[in-house]
Ligand binder design. Structure first.
Ligand code: ZN
Length: 322
């Protein structure tokens, strides 16, 4: 191919890649639906001559995400932050530093240390983690073909499950620095919970060859929000789409990386309105509610992963992120 043709193809590819950016973007009218009431935020503060620290959480309890701001009294380029001894990603802002960590749903209630190292100084802030009462459902759920052992164990299904797992693994191993510029949006325009975060649920598994029925207990690693097929689904935070396609259990799924290991993901969608690689802003319309994959009716399943820890996605919605 001659050089001029290569250049022309290059320009065309560039124009096509830019085309996505000029597509009109629909944003949710408000960050919070009218009926979303869990808007109160608890604060832990620390003030000394060297630094001001603030920790915000809907509750300093199991399964909650914590947002922190650190404002040093002097100009400093880098700080180190830990919770329970584990290093937490930090994002530098014009006014100081900020970041997030999550309290694991199975964290033992007790007092843990949030520490900030600024130069030679170290600040230790105790955080009292309380218990969250997660629901235990005792009614076994029949999931249609997903409750049939021979269907799940068929070679084609097993191969597809393997391919899907690899795709998710690739999406969750992407690396970006902080992409969050402001507060979180609710992923729907109404707040109606069908199934709570971290609830324990029982599924039926049938073996038609032996006629035996098994009960399988699973933890719900997200929240199910009510909706009809075609209802809007919004990105909760600014970020980059790292997966947008049909998977086996999840159905049409979108995974957004918000930087520093913070992911939100959306399952069982009817339509996918974004593609992998797209930049999205908080509140942007990304898809529509559906019932694809392992689902018994139209709803949105949304999950939040913070640096490898699963947290209630609703716990990030009221936080005063700036
Ligand atoms: Zn769900």
């Amino acid at each position: 191919m001659n050089k001029r043709l290569c250049a022309l193809i290059g320009v065309l590819c560039f124009m096509l890649s830019c085309a996505r950016d000029i597509t009109p973007v629909t944003i949710a009218k408000t960050p919070l639906p009218k009926n979303f009431t869990a808007t109160d935020v608890k604060v832990i503060t620390h003030n000394s001559d060297d630094v001001a620290c603030m920790l915000f959480a809907h509750n300093f309890a199991q399964g909650n995400v914590v947002y922190y701001e650190i404002i040093p009294a002097f100009d400093i380029k880098e700080i180190a932050v830990t919770f329970k001894g584990k290093t937490i990603p930090v994002a530098k802002q014009s006014w100081g530093f900020r970041g997030f960590f999550a309290i694991a749903p199975d964290e033992k209630p007790g007092v843990y240390i949030f520490s900030v190292t600024i130069g030679t100084k170290k600040v230790e802030i105790p955080v009292e983690v309380t218990k969250t009462k997660f629901l235990i459902s005792t009614i076994p759920m029949d999931l249609g073909k997903f409750s049939k052992k021979e269907y799940l164990e068929s070679p084609q299904v097993q191969e597809f499950i393997k391919v899907c797992a690899e795709k998710k693994q690739k999406a969750f191993s992407t690396q970006f620095g902080n992409l969050i510029r402001g507060r979180a949006y609710h992923p729907r325009d109404v707040h109606e919970v069908n199934s709570q975060f971290w609830s324990q649920r029982i599924y039926i598994l049938r073996d038609s060859t032996t006629g035996k029925t098994q009960k399988v207990t699973r933890i719900h690693r997200g929240i199910d929000l009510n909706g009809d097929t075609g209802d809007p689904v919004y990105a909760m935070l600014d970020g980059i789409v790292v997966l947008a396609e049909m998977l086996f259990y999840e159905g049409n799924m979108i995974i957004i990386h918000h930087g520093n290991g913070i992911f939100t993901y959306y399952m069982h969608l009817d339509k996918l309105l974004v593609a992998s690689g797209d930049k999205v802003v908080a509140g942007q319309l990304i898809g529509t509610v559906g019932s694809t994959g392992m689902s018994t009716g139209p709803h949105l399943h949304v999950s939040l992963l913070v640096d490898g820890v699963q947290a209630n996605p609703m716990s990030i919605v009221p936080l005063p992120i700036r």
